[in-house]
Design a protein around this ligand. Structure first.
Ligand code: BGC
Length: 928
């Protein structure tokens, strides 16, 4: 008998809900994905089979399914139970219907799916605290006995505040700032840990330290405290399984003991006060005398808000050893970490007991070289964050201390009270951020752009800490606009699905019944009472609230996961319907109505202009008057600027368009029709109101043109004229950009797409302000909030670690290097590098869910060479612009005879080549 030919495909990297072998899944139909590898070009999957088992036996066999899908296939077996461990394997068939071998097994384990699965009780230290003051961190402990060493053990744990847990003195897990930050009243995350190796037969001890965190610590620009509650608490459930099938459960209850110890206070923004003389050696191990400890009380809270952790948690990442310790002109001792980042300093010190060291963490030195935090204050309302750590020595040898529950955005550390002369070895910077898998790289022949790329990545690292924040210093808030602006770039550099989905769930939960989106997510209840009135009027601002629509759409493009659109659809629609009502109900708006409707009824087209309410506007354009106005008097001038109808109407149009596209993807034809008709009406209204007959726009600003061109709000016949006017405005600004937060991401794409690639490169390479490379020239190590973050004299302004202007990254990856998604999830990739700016090479890699995508090009005299990698089971289009060479070969042979090349189109402007998976090298030379 002939052997069945097996396929060249290998199935690997099995993922459940984007994760390798995850614990604590709570999706009822977890999405299963795998990667395929093959040595052959053009390899595809034609069918798959998934088999899932649990301890009892077979759970689900999909059978052979004729499908090329290899991502997010929902589990369709019997309903899954709490704590069920599922193992699974996959095989696939190739295009010749030859089966692959079965994959190595993967697994996932379900979390606690019902509130009734929790036997644990919420416990809180019994003593009274002063909510107006910072209080010492509680230490909790509970001994328990195990009859023998267990074969497996899981901890399910969460806290009001933050927790650090240990078993027998060994830390549980490697995550920090757990249980993370979310809209706590609605969704409080619990973590699941495999602690099988931390337990033994006989007496064991669980120890937990609690910190204030986001729950009751300082939040937002106003550093408001006690936002979610005043009392810290713990919920702990340890489930132990023995070899004989027996089970034992150890939970938090009234038996636990509590005390305070060396952490005298700890706050995310303010810092930490630690007195090492108060340490309690052995407190979290068996045999410790706890007789002087106090009790806990059981507290009643609903368990209905408990949800599993959907994402990578915060971990300790890079370490920095400072180059030197400086003495500033003012005589201060300052350590320079060489990199602005979010994290803490690990202090290593030897000195007498009782001596007190203070570390203040800042981002900048002033023009004279002295330590400053002034740029992080908005006086007189909001002082700069304290970001100060105080450490009192216990004495008697080397002491190593790393703060527990605080984190700072910093590069420089001002040191006071150090015993003797400090050296760099006394201070190690430890970066802390959400441990999202790194997915993207970019490099090119210009070191300044490589530095820009470095700065983008570090602003992302600094601001992806549990939620996407504006900055790691002043506000640390999940501003919706910033997240929307940066998401495409951030999702190239890291795998953001779990991180952003968690945030979007909070966004949907916190959206108001009328569809309005809060300014920041999570939006702490009562937060607005601490902000100026003008700021609170900006709730539901255009460009910010649109995160509700734009972010799910971005994620869908990057991960091809339709479930994201399904889950967010109601929220997306609620936002667009809010915009529509705002536009149409001119007489009952919340906030501002254009004065013209006070005299007459709106015309038909005006019902599609969003000219009610107030908005942040373009935000931080060079010479932007808005920030200053927000803290001043409410005048007609302020009202007029903040009404920004041209911006609001443009976003109304764009979100409506994306909603129509979303409805189409979800097969909701009725909505697709409604919203595409609505889009057309808004588009016409926008043109009538803001685009003149000669293509000139009101207001005459770079951002108006960029936005209108990017969102397709200029009639085709006027595109050329509008582009021309944009170019004039850029030239009038001395060939400088003049855009702010909202439209900067579209500036270079719009210029490139409208035949002005050279100007896009000129702006990219510009190094006088405002420009990206000005910051690079000034030695920035992160992206600044404003274009003049450090002015020509050397004085810092505003935050120096805001990622919004880093959104240029997406253009570097898609246009300079040339990797863009051509179909959702990179099922199809478009490689269309567009060299310029004197670059001689560029390359980028992206770890898609299908596998690695790579591009690398170089120009060598007249020769342009491009190497691309296309993952198995995907396809790609390679576009080589004619100006890069007219005669194109692959691997030294004519395109038509190259293996894996499925189509070639030679057009006037470019040669387009369709390819299947594999690695290809194209060479283009001028036609001889
Ligand atoms: C934040 C921004 C935010 C803005 C609202 C600022 O204070 O830092 O990044 O988007 O307010 O316009």
């Amino acid at each position: 008998m002939n052997a069945i030919p097996t396929s060249s495909l290998r199935v690997q990297d099995l993922r459940c809900e984007y994760q390798l072998n995850p614990l604590g899944i709570d999706s009822k139909e977890p999405g299963l994905s795998w990667q395929l590898a093959s040595d052959q070009r053009g390899a595809t999957q034609s069918a798959y089979q998934i088999q899932v088992r649990d301890r009892q036996g077979d759970l689900w066999d999909s059978g052979k399914v004729l499908s090329d899908q290899s991502l997010h296939i929902p589990y369709h077996g019997p309903a899954l139970r709490s704590r069920q461990l599922c193992t699974w394997r996959v095989r696939v068939w190739d295009s010749n219907d030859h089966p692959s071998a079965w994959s190595e097994p993967g697994w996932w384990e379900m979390g606690l799916l019902h509130a009734t699965d929790w036997q644990a009780q919420w416990i809180e230290p019994e003593w009274a605290e002063d909510p107006a003051a910072f209080n010492p961190c509680p230490y909790l402990r509970a001994p328990f006995t195990l009859r023998t060493r267990p074969v497996s053990a899981r901890v399910y744990v969460t806290a009001h505040g933050l927790y650090e847990a240990s078993l027998n003195g060994q830390r549980v897990g490697d995550a920090y700032f757990t249980p993370g930050y979310s809209s706590y009243h609605h969704r409080l995350h619990y973590q699941t840990y495999d602690v099988s190796d931390l337990l033994h037969s006989g007496e064991n001890v669980v120890g937990v330290i609690l910190g204030d965190g986001w729950y009751r610590g300082s939040l937002g620009i106003a550093s408001r405290r006690n936002t979610y509650g005043q009392r810290l608490g713990l919920l702990w459930q340890l489930v132990v399984n023995y070899a004989d099938g027996g089970e034992q459960i150890i939970v938090s209850d009234e038996q636990w003991r509590a005390t305070t110890g060396p952490i005298l206070s700890s706050d995310l923004k303010a810092g930490e006060v630690y007195d090492a003389r108060l340490e309690m050696p052995g407190w979290d191990q068996p045999g410790f005398d706890e007789s002087r400890w106090r009790g806990v009380r059981v507290a009643e809270y609903s368990l209905e808000n408990l949800v599993t952790t959907p994402e990578p948690l915060v971990r300790r990442k890079e370490r920095f050893v400072p180059g030197k310790v400086l003495t500033t002109p003012a005589g201060e001792t300052v350590v320079d970490m060489g990199q602005n980042f979010s994290g803490v300093v690990q202090l290593r010190v030897n000195g007498p007991a009782g001596m007190n060291i203070r570390l203040r963490h800042g981002e900048a030195l002033d023009k004279d070289g002295n330590f400053t935090m002034d740029h992080l204050a908005i006086e007189p309302l909001f002082p700069a964050p304290s970001q100060t750590v105080s450490y009192t020595l216990r004495g008697g040898g080397e002491e190593v201390y790393t703060p527990f529950f605080t984190v700072h955005g910093f590069r420089y550390v001002k040191v006071e009270g150090f015993p003797g002369t400090p050296t760099p070895e006394n201070f190690t910077g430890v970066a802390l951020y959400s441990d999202l898998p790194a997915t993207g790289t970019f490099t090119c022949s210009d070191p300044r752009l490589n530095r820009l790329q470095h700065n983008i990545l570090w602003s992302q690292k600094s601001n992806f800490l549990e939620t996407p924040t504006d900055c790691p210093t002043r506000e640390r808030a999940g501003w919706t606009g910033d997240a929307q602006i940066y998401a495409p770039t951030g999702s190239f550099l890291m795998q953001t699905a779990g991180f952003f989905m968690k945030w979007l769930r909070d966004l949907a939960t916190e959206q108001e019944p009328d569809g309005r989106v809060p300014l920041i997510i999570p939006s702490p209840v009562g937060m607005e009472s601490s902000l100026p009135r003008i700021v609170t009027l900006l709730k539901g601002s255009a460009g910010w609230g649109d995160a509700a629509v734009m972010l799910p759409w971005t994620l869908y493009q990057v991960y091809g996961d339709q479930r994201i659109l399904e889950e967010q659809y109601a929220s997306m629609k609620a936002w667009v319907d809010y915009q529509r009502r705002q536009a149409q109900d001119k007489y009952k708006p919340q906030g501002h109505t254009s004065p013209r409707y006070q005299e007459r009824k709106p015309l038909e087209y005006e019902l599609y202009l969003w000219d009610t309410n107030y908005h942040w506007g373009e935000w931080l354009e060079p010479d932007d008057p808005v920030p200053g106005l927000l803290f001043g008097e409410w005048t007609p001038e302020v009202a007029q600027i903040l009404s920004a109808p041209h911006i609001a109407t443009a976003y109304f149009a764009y979100s409506t368009h994306l909603l129509a596209e979303t409805a189409r993807v979800l097969g909701n034809e009725a909505d697709a029709q409604v919203y595409s008709t609505l889009f057309e009406k808004i588009r016409q209204a926008f043109i009538t109101e803001f685009v003149g007959e000669n293509g000139q726009m009101t207001p005459e600003k770079q951002s108006s043109y960029v936005r209108a061109l990017a969102f397709d709000l200029i009639p085709e016949r006027l595109r050329l004229a509008a582009t021309q006017r944009l170019i004039e405005l850029i030239q009038e600004a001395g060939t400088h950009l003049g855009t702010g937060f909202l439209s900067t991401p579209y500036l270079c794409p719009v210029l490139g797409d409208n035949d002005h690639l050279d100007l896009a490169y000129t702006l990219l390479m510009q190094d006088t302000p405002p420009s990206w490379l000005y910051a690079v020239k000034k030695g920035a190590t992160t992206i600044w909030e404003s274009w003049d973050g450090i002015d020509e004299e050397g004085n810092p302004h505003n935050s120096l670690n805001h990622y919004s202007y880093g959104a240029i990254g997406n253009w570097l990856y898609q246009v300079v290097a040339g990797i863009a998604p051509g179909a959702p999830g990179y099922r199809h990739t478009i490689f269309q590098p567009q060299p310029g700016g004197g670059l001689t090479f560029a390359s980028a890699t992206y770890q898609s869910l299908y596998g690695e995508i790579a591009t690398s090009w170089q120009i060598d005299g007249e020769r342009f060479q491009l190497t691309v990698t296309v993952p198995t089971n995907t396809t790609a289009t390679v576009v080589i612009p004619t100006r890069l060479g007219r005669q194109v070969t692959e691997g030294g042979v004519a395109l038509e005879s190259a293996v894996g090349v499925c189509g070639v189109r030679r057009e006037q402007k470019a040669t387009s080549i369709e390819i299947g998976s594999g690695v290809y090298t194209f060479t283009a030379i001028p036609k001889s």
